[in-house]
Design a protein around this ligand. Structure first.
Ligand code: C5P
Length: 226
């Protein structure tokens, strides 16, 4: 395989309201991060899996979870304070590997990405150099005016929410990160957009949720059971 998967897993998960990394929560008997990594590991294009973890989680990943980490041949690296620092650590880990042509960045908190969506976004990135999964917005969106006393409806027909994986040719992502000076960005595609490289959107399933709040675990269990 010529794709390296980079999984940022070093978040604190404050919104999850647990004193432990939410990624250790169990979904159908396995931790959330393991689901995310195993779906990527199942793709023939993926040759390496690098997961960025926090210093405080190291004892868990190298202790009780070491067997699961080894089962998927996951390489662990130290993440950082911002998600982009964690991604950069993953990127640095594969920098010298000439066999890697693409990087697929996937939130370790998205355990339900579908195999067909992975195949589609990998194929699009191979064609264009940069592609992400995205889902159409289903809500009716309002722009708040006048301190909430008036509103304007936003045309949602051209709006999508960004998912992961976000897949880039190595040189494109490297350039985007080299120019990144810490200006806030909520995904990696935004950094690539800033260097003027177009990012193609691939329609992905809305089942590919990010586990953020405890309720999301119930939803994920229901999706898995289907
Ligand atoms: O917090 P949120 O779930 O939006 O983060 C998305 C992903 O990025 C999670 O898998 C989280 O562990 C990871 N992350 C990271 N390093 C950070 C912040 C978030 O690897 N500093």
């Amino acid at each position: 395989g010529c794709i390296a998967a980079v999984l940022p897993a070093a978040g604190s998960g404050q919104r999850f309201g647990s004193d432990r990394n939410k990624l250790f929560a169990m979904l159908s008997g396995k931790p959330i991060w393991f689901h995310a990594a195993s779906r990527l590991a199942a793709r023939p294009e993926v040759g390496r899996i690098v997961m960025a973890i926090s210093e405080q989680d190291e004892v868990d990943f190298r202790g009780p979870f070491a067997e699961l980490v080894n089962e998927l041949r996951i390489e662990l690296v130290r993440g950082g304070d911002q998600r982009s620092d964690s991604v950069r650590a993953g990127l640095d880990a594969v920098a010298d590997d000439k066999s890697i042509e693409f990087i697929a960045i996937h939130d370790a908190a998205r355990p339900l990405v579908r195999d067909a969506d992975l195949a589609a976004v990998f194929a699009k990135a191979a064609e264009t150099g940069a592609a992400i999964l995205a889902a159409p917005i289903t809500a009716t969106l309002k722009r708040v005016l006048n301190d909430g006393n008036a509103s304007l409806t936003v045309d949602r027909s051209e709006l999508y929410s960004a998912l992961t994986p976000q897949v880039f040719r190595v040189d494109v992502l490297r350039r985007a990160y080299d120019r990144h000076r810490g200006r806030p960005a909520t995904d990696d595609a935004q950094l690539v957009e800033r260097i003027g490289h177009p990012v193609a959107l691939v329609h992905g399933s809305a089942d590919n949720i990010k586990i953020t709040h405890p309720e999301d675990l119930r939803i994920a269990e229901a999706i898995l059971a289907r």
